[in-house]
Ligand binder design. Sequence first.
Ligand code: MN
Length: 133
Amino acid sequence: MSKKILIVEDNPQNMRLVEMALSAESYFLLEATNGEEALEIAKQERPDLIIMDVQLPQMSGLEVTRKLREIPEFNRTPIIAVTAYAMKGDEEKALDAGCSAYLSKPIRARELPNLIAKMLLQRQEEDKGYEGT
Ligand code: MN
């Protein structure tokens, strides 16, 4: 079964870029353009991984992440934070908010798919570990 990835991005052009970066993969893509929508879709669809734009209108991507981490079923879902205006300390803030990884835009060609594959595999290995104990 193909993995579900939720892309949270308010800028249509950036959304398109992420779609294109993942077009060669067999993921099922879900999309949200703001935090409320992201939470709603996440609860409904239970994505395997979330790509989270940090700069969103109203609720920031970090706030969305904090809210997701409060929900037990999203405890360990890989969340990749993406930011356009990378500043010193941003990565730390993203990780503190509960993000699993951090990328700054512009994202290089293979960077996102490679990271996603790595994180999904990691998550799978973790699950195996839990089953085994
Ligand atoms: Mn944005």
